[in-house]
Structure formats: C-alpha cells, structure tokens
Unconditional design. Structure first.
Length: 374
C-alpha cells in the first residue's frame, strides 16, 4: 500500500498498514469499525484502491484472526487502548497479556496500540460486540472522569516497557490515539522509555496531541521515527540530543493552530535538531502540518543536515511564497532527489516557478493541491 490516509490533520495509514505488514484489527469493536470506515472513505475520496482487509466484515475479520494466530509474524497486531466486556474495562496490558499467551511473544514483530480512550464509548461498544467474546482478563479503573481515560496511553507505554522481555523480536511499534477527536485526552507519554525497553526496535511512531515527551535517548538500531503532536521546544531539544546512529527516516507531524507562530525557544530547538551530528544516516525529513514551516525552511537552508538529505516532505504544511523563496535561493535544496510540497499555501505563480526550477534540476517535486489559505 502506498496511498497515505489522512483524516482531519493526522495520518491513519497505520489502520491499514504498519511496518510493511497489513494491520489486523485483533479485537474489533464498533469504534474500530468506524475508524476503519473513515479510512475507507478517505481512500475513496482520493480514488485509491482500498485494501480488502480494511473493509469491516465480521466473517472476514474472524478468518484473518484465525490465520494470524497460526502465523503471528504475518500481520501488524492492532490492540485497543480501552475496551469493555463483562461489566469491566480492559486496557492495553490486558490485550498484550492475551496476545502473548495466544501466540507467544517471540513470534510478534509488529504492534499497533491505539483507538479510543472514551470509557462510555468503549462501554457502548461492548454491549453489542461486533465479533465473538474477547479474552476475559480485565483491569477495573479508579478514574475521576468515567468518560475520558487520560492515563490509558501512558499506561500502555508503561505496560509495553514492563513486557519488553515477552516481546524480544519486536521490530515495529505504533503507540497512540488513532481517533483524532480524542488526541488531547491523555497525560504525558514518555517516548524514550520505549526506545530504552526495546533495543532491537527498527521503527517507532508515537501519537499524542500535547502529551509527547522526548528526553534524550540512545538507540543503535532505530531506522524510522515518527512523532505526531505539537512539537514543543523541550521535546525537539531532547530529540536533537538523542544518539540515533541508524536513523534514516524522521517524520514530525505538528498539531499547531493556524495562528500559532514559533517562539524563540522553538526556533532554537529546531536549529539544534538540524545541526545535530547524532543522526549521521538521516536521509528523509518530514515536517508535516506545521504552520510556521517557512521559518523552519530558513533554519534548514543553512544547516549541515540539508546536504545529507535525499527527500524533504513539507506536504500539508503552510509553505507560503516566503518559504518558496527560501527554497529557490542559492540552489541549496536542489541537491534533493524529492521535494514534497502538496497542499501548500503558495501562490499559483510561485508554485509553478518552484515546480519548473526543481524539475529542471532533476528533483522529483510535487506542488499539487495548492491554494490553501494561510
């Protein structure tokens, strides 16, 4: 699958595929079906093919689960953050316990943990389950707010860290709230704890609106890292200080409001990131859904990172004519092999100049779907 699925401002591709494997909705509920249907509709609007396993179907889901139990490494296992059955809530730790007992942790290579964190919605789902009964191990919550579980996501991270020895061959991990409407309903998520717990991890994506915390960490094998949420200066500074010698692909999705502008601390933090020498193999940089991307392009233009990059993805960010002029000045960005500027805010005239200039320089450039207001 190559088509990116985006609903509102967050990528949902991990509902269909992650770590190069098709995703298996291992504990289907009405909420997970709704999320899958949203992804199907998004692909339909793009005129893209819909993977058969993405379409909700009770019999097909059951057959895929049966097949995956016999070949656990053939799928990315999607487990929910919160679910409900037999008058009690179940959390990621319970689903992980079931999965490890069913297939053996050694066989699991790829995990997606996400979904909803709304207790009432999870309870409603459980009253009329989409498929047969799920494993009956529960953890009853003691929450002040019965409808929104702010601890579900950080507790999922803690559960993964505790169970790291049960998952010795985990290579790809997504942790986050797939439902974009609930991304602000969680406490701090310690991303570095996952890197410390899984030294053989090669791909990690974490999604939490204002809750991502990234302190400086070391990891020898991580090749792909995605962080989805408002990228605060402390987190960018921690990322810049992290020793990630194998990292090739870094993608940051911001959740900034359209009227937000970078403060001096944020710009300084990105300057540290672009000047960092702790990621010597980095070849792809994505700065997605950023409102102040023009300023970031200025920082990148004079950084030691730019000559190392092969691909730069600024799609869905607010690249205006100001940012375009930086891209066009001095030829520094013409050493790229690909420049993605889809859904930009450039004027038609400047966008065409960018397209012609980079195409002539041999760069695969995409300036489609422009004209979005700044």
């Amino acid at each position: 699958m190559t088509t990116e699925i985006v609903v509102v401002t967050s990528p949902l591709t991990q509902i269909a595929e992650f770590g190069g494997l098709p995703v298996l909705d291992a504990a289907p509920t009405q909420s997970s079906w709704n999320l899958r249907q949203d992804a199907v509709k998004a692909l339909g609007r793009l005129g893209a093919a819909v993977p058969p396993h993405l379409e909700p179907d009770e019999d097909r889901d059951a057959a895929r689960l049966a097949a995956a139990l016999g070949d656990p490494g053939s799928v990315a296992w999607w487990l929910p953050l919160v679910s409900w059955e037999d008058d009690a809530f179940r959390y990621a730790d319970d689903h992980l316990d079931w999965l490890v007992r069913q297939v053996g942790g050694e066989a699991i290579t790829t995990l997606v943990i996400g979904g909803i964190v709304d207790h009432l919605q999870a309870e409603d789902d459980g009253e009329e389950p989409v498929t047969g009964p799920r494993p009956r191990t529960f953890a009853a919550p003691a929450k002040e707010d019965p409808s929104s579980d702010e601890e579900a996501l950080p507790e999922a991270v803690q559960a993964l860290a505790r169970r790291a020895a049960d998952l010795p061959n985990l290579r790809a991990l997504y942790v986050g709230e797939i439902d974009t409407g609930q991304q602000h309903h969680c406490e701090d998520v310690d991303v570095a704890a996952l890197l410390e717990a899984f030294p053989r991890l090669e791909e990690l994506t974490a999604c939490a609106f204002l809750s991502l915390r990234f302190r400086a960490a070391e990891h020898a094998r991580l090749r792909r890292l995605g962080l989805h949420g408002a990228m605060l200066d402390d987190e960018i500074t921690g990322l810049a200080a992290s020793a990630l010698p194998a990292l090739e692909h870094l993608e940051l999705w911001s959740q900034e409001q359209m009227d937000d502008a970078p403060d001096p601390g944020e710009r300084e933090a990105f300057g540290l990131l672009f000047g960092s020498d702790t990621m010597p193999r980095l070849r792809h940089l994505g700065l997605r859904e950023f409102t102040f991307v023009d300023e970031l392009v200025e920082e990148l233009a004079v950084s030691p990172l730019l000559p190392r990059l092969h691909t730069l993805d600024l799609s869905r960010s607010a690249v205006t004519d100001k940012g375009a002029r930086t891209l066009l000045t001095g030829g520094a960005f013409q050493g790229l092999t690909r420049l993605d500027l889809r859904r930009h805010y450039m004027s038609a005239e400047i966008a065409e100049t960018v397209r012609q200039t980079f195409t002539t320089a041999g760069v695969d450039v995409d300036t489609s779907d422009g004209g979005h207001p700044g």
